[in-house]
Design a protein around this ligand. Structure first.
Ligand SMILES: [Zn+2]
Length: 251
């Protein structure tokens, strides 16, 4: 990778585009113009933004509430923890509408005698794919909120936030979605039968939506160690957070 990527200019307004190596879809922070890197025409798919409804104070409150609830956590977690970092990032997602129809054959072994079974599993999904490679994010725990989703408007992005572009095209995202939906369909088939002898899925894929979602990343310190937390900027909910191990005294 060369370092010359920073010389790329916005096709629409001429402002310099901050494109990092690996990013494939670019969005101009000055005018909102979005295009596939290297392509001259604007982005053709539905492009949405989820509004951030939180600030550092409300996110810290939500994190402390989370620390106080549930008995799997140390009792003094909320009191003794120190928030080390708190950062808002807009993450790029692809929302892929997929109808999957799987036909399966196999053997039911959980009752005796084992008997052959077959069936069909039909499901509609709005499958979410993170447009970043190698990034850690609990995609399956995250549901794109219906409220607060607006057509992409760069003026509604919090100015202090980090804005990340997609590192995959919509075709790659669809491919990911198909693979993951297929795994999920197999999982559902495994609820019905114990041995799968044949399994085939047909996909009907609709147009993906490109979405920027506000996610807060935090690290906190508890008893000298640091832990991670990820919160949804729309709802303020904790999506995933590390829980310090406690030594439960079993009596
Ligand atoms: Zn521009």
């Amino acid at each position: 990778m060369s370092g010359i990527v920073s010389e790329i200019k916005c096709e629409n307004c001429g402002a310099p585009l901050n494109i990092n190596p690996g990013e494939i879809v670019s969005t101009c922070r000055y005018c909102g113009y979005t295009a596939v890197v290297g392509a001259d025409e604007p982005f053709q798919l539905e492009h949405s933004l989820i509004l951030n409804n939180n600030n550092a104070a409300s996110v810290e409150n939500a994190l402390r509430d989370w620390m106080r609830e549930g008995f799997m956590k140390p009792g003094d977690l909320a009191k003794k923890s120190k928030i080390l970092t708190l950062e808002l990032r807009y993450l790029p997602f692809w929302l892929v509408p997929i109808e999957a129809t799987s036909t399966y054959e196999g053997v039911l072994e959980r009752i005796s005698p084992p008997s052959p079974r077959k069936g069909v599993i039909n499901r509609d999904y709005d499958w979410l794919v993170l447009g970043r490679k190698g990034a850690q994010f609990p995609t399956r725990d995250y549901t794109v909120p219906d409220t607060g989703k607006i057509p992409f408007d760069f003026k509604r992005i919090d100015s202090g936030a980090k804005f990340l572009n997609s590192e995959m095209t919509n075709e790659e995202a669809v491919e990911h979605a198909r693979e993951e939906v297929d795994v999920n369909q197999r999982f559902l088939a495994k609820q019905e039968i114990d041995q799968i002898t044949s399994f085939n899925t047909n996909f009907k894929v609709d147009k993906p939506t490109y979405i920027h979602a506000p996610i807060w990343f935090s690290t906190y310190e508890y008893k000298g160690r640091s832990y991670n937390a990820v919160l949804d900027g729309s709802s303020g909910m904790v999506l995933r957070a590390d829980i310090p191990q406690t030594d439960f005294k079993m009596i």
